[in-house]
Write a protein that binds this ligand. Structure first.
Ligand code: HEM
Length: 396
């Protein structure tokens, strides 16, 4: 076991190199800020941890903070099993797939606004607004308001002990305003349900009208869900779109391949998720003292399952450090970017659609796309990838 500094610049700019060294030299590594915690970096260990949910509990939350909650990601079975069934309708694959034409229209409208400009930051122009608007649709929120407040995942993993102990919704004025706005939205929808009005066919309605064995979600549960989805559903997909286009620009041969054969679009999405997992990793807390690769981990410790590193483990992948969109699609989909086991991401089909639609549009409408500078990397430690993507293209 060795110490590592997850908050160092190196994890932002060269996670591939950092994790390669950790997998090799200290697959269960120790960090000491803001208190003792561990990271598991080998695919086999991450897979075991995600499956053994009795030992590796989610009840203290998926972040570094010991912060429970009622959202799905923070509960264990049996409650998790029934809650997941309760909200399943909101994430029905057919309903999510039916959003594809609307998402294509949204992407087209966004691009109409700037396509003839010939240059810009693709994160600001495309990768940020598209998932934001989609999550606003799902949650019945005002699109302009969401564009203004922008969800931020900074508090999920932080070295700051104050942030660790604060609930995300009480960190600052913005968050309080956000919570108040969510509560107003819930109250309005509750009133519409009581009045028997026609309800929007969105995730919020599905959450608020869901019933299982006589159980319904309370407003507090719905609020927890909204707060979680607002962040988990938008910033992650923003990273996916940005990272994918960035890697294709870095690998012009791969860009040419997908330009010539659009059946490779889903491969690009999955290879991006594998090569650049948007979420570095999430945490579990062990319910009893245990040993992992010879390291004794005291009961109640926070241990990060590194999705990013598991995706790059040579024991699990053939030539993992090669960005290669011709990999077999079924094999690729076994990546860890959406987690594994009982907490597997419920929004995976939606983010796959958003990323595919965005890539098709980039290929169609931005000829001769090229980087015009080096991207900046995102500073929220839980997320990985580019924060800016300066590009130019030949305007039509
Ligand atoms: C590229 C985009 C995304 C990535 C990388 C991602 C990643 C993840 C990961 C790693 C988990 C597992 C959490 C754990 O094991 O503790 C998860 C869970 C979840 N995600 Fe996503 N997510 C994405 C997009 C979305 C979207 C668009 C939505 C919804 C609109 C969503 C909703 C959820 C939900 C509800 C869970 C909780 C499942 C459970 O605990 O049973 N995600 N996501």
């Amino acid at each position: 076991m060795a110490d590592f500094d997850f908050f160092s610049e190196a994890f932002r700019t060269d996670p591939h190199g950092q994790y390669a060294r950790m997998r090799e030299r200290c697959p269960v590594a120790h960090a000491s800020e803001p208190y003792d915690w561990w990271a598991a970096t080998r695919a086999e260990d991450v897979s075991q941890m995600l499956r053994k949910y009795k030992l590796w509990s989610s009840s203290h939350g998926p972040g570094l903070a010991y912060a429970g909650g009622s959202a799905l990601v923070s509960v264990d079975p049996p409650r998790h099993t029934s809650d997941r069934r309760l909200v399943q309708r909101a994430f029905d694959a057919d309903a999510l797939n039916a959003m594809e034409p609307d998402i294509a229209d949204l992407v087209a409208t966004e691009m109409d606004g700037w396509c003839d400009r010939g240059h810009g930051d693709l994160m600001e122009l495309l990768a940020t607004p598209v998932p934001l608007v989609v999550i606003a649709w799902l949650l019945g929120l005002d699109v302009d308001y969401c564009r203004e407040i922008r969800p931020r995942a900074d508090g999920v993993v932080s070295r700051d002990a104050d942030v660790q102990s604060a609930t995300p919704s009480s960190r600052d004025g913005d968050r309080e305003e956000e919570t108040a706005y969510f509560l107003r939205t819930i109250a309005e929808r509750r009133a519409a349900i009581a009045a028997g009005d026609d309800l929007p066919d969105d995730t919020l309605t599905a959450l608020m009208t869901a019933e299982l064995d006589g159980r319904v979600l309370s407003d507090v549960d719905v609020l927890g869900f909204m707060g979680f989805l607002f962040i988990a559903g938008s910033q992650t997909t923003t990273q996916l779109i940005g990272n994918m286009v960035w890697r294709l620009l870095q690998h012009p041969d791969q860009m040419e391949l997908v330009r010539g054969d659009r059946s490779l679009v889903p491969h690009c999405v999955e290879e991006s998720l594998r090569f650049d997992a948007p979420v570095h990793g999430l945490f579990r807390t062990n319910t009893e003292e245990t040993e992992l690769r010879g390291v004794t981990i005291a009961e109640n410790s926070k241990v990060m399952c590194s999705f990013f590193s598991a995706n790059m483990d040579p024991d699990a992948w053939d030539a993992p450090e090669r960005f290669d969109i011709t990999r077999d699609l079924d094999t690729l989909r076994k990546h860890y970017a959406f987690g594994k086991g009982i907490h597997f991401c419920m929004g995976a089909p939606l983010s796959r659609i958003e990323a595919s639609v965005a890539l098709e549009a980039v290929l169609d409408r931005l000829p001769n796309l090229r980087l015009t500078g080096e991207p900046n990397f995102i500073s929220a430690p839980v997320l990985h990838g580019v924060e800016t993507l300066p590009v130019a293209w030949d305007p039509s």
